[in-house]
Design a binder for this molecule. Sequence first.
Ligand SMILES: NC(=O)c1ccc[n+]([C@@H]2O[C@H](COP(=O)([O-])OP(=O)(O)OC[C@H]3O[C@@H](n4cnc5c(N)ncnc54)[C@H](O)[C@@H]3O)[C@@H](O)[C@H]2O)c1
Length: 249
Amino acid sequence: MKRLESKVCIVTGAAHGIGRAIAERFAAEGAWVLLVDVDQSSGEAAVSGIAAAGGLAQFVQTDVSATEQIERAVKVAKEQRRQIDVLVNNAAYFGDGNDALEATEDEWDRTYAVNLKGAALFTKAVLPSMLERKNGSIINIASIQGLVAGRLSVAYTSMKHGLIGLTRSTALDFGPHGIRANAICPGPIRTRISPPDGTPLHQRQVSKTMLARTGEPSEVAWAALFLASDESSYVTGAVMPVDGGWSAF
Ligand SMILES: NC(=O)c1ccc[n+]([C@@H]2O[C@H](COP(=O)([O-])OP(=O)(O)OC[C@H]3O[C@@H](n4cnc5c(N)ncnc54)[C@H](O)[C@@H]3O)[C@@H](O)[C@H]2O)c1
């Protein structure tokens, strides 16, 4: 039996990078996956790739900062499959790279709307379905910048710290109802936002890991698979670095 057989999963920010790798892994493990993203063409391409590999998936264009779009995406999942087992809050806005002196009100607002409020409102939208069945797994993709500071990214770092608070609060409030919430904190993972190999920033990232390399989106997806599956049935409120050891030294 596949590890997510008959589970219904929603992954936000699933058109690219880590979210796409998670959606692909979940589908390969037998889940029906709803991919949501603002990028329609890449989201649909991701779904086609999953279908070509024999998986079950659908795409709904959704901006996670818009409540009505979140509700529409959840409605699609409920209409298609009648239940929601797993939510992965992965979509993120990376901001302009500013310190507390330079960050604009717009940067704060947009970073909050996508990275923290978007995750909170998506959580709110799936909780009724999870409560009905007294079962569910919510996985928030935070960052090592949810644990430690990162240079010139005050708004992003603040929201990733907040996402860990959202994770723990949700785990505490809904644990008695069989709903688990956990956070993954990726370190430097090779996606379209990463510095190119060999650049000074890439070398700096490599030097901060114990494994002396950056990670791949698929390596985050394996951690998400564990947290989505029943294998992690006694794991909640956990904050799991997938960072090559960055946060441990
Ligand atoms: N790549 C890294 O090194 C790294 C490190 C730590 C944490 N992370 C986290 O991993 C997650 C994925 O990052 P990634 O590197 O794959 O980036 P990415 O840019 O490749 O993917 C992010 C996805 O989110 C989507 N998105 C952006 N705003 C959205 C919105 N408002 N509504 C819906 N979708 C939206 C984008 O279209 C994109 O598909 C993010 O939460 C990021 O903070 C990444």
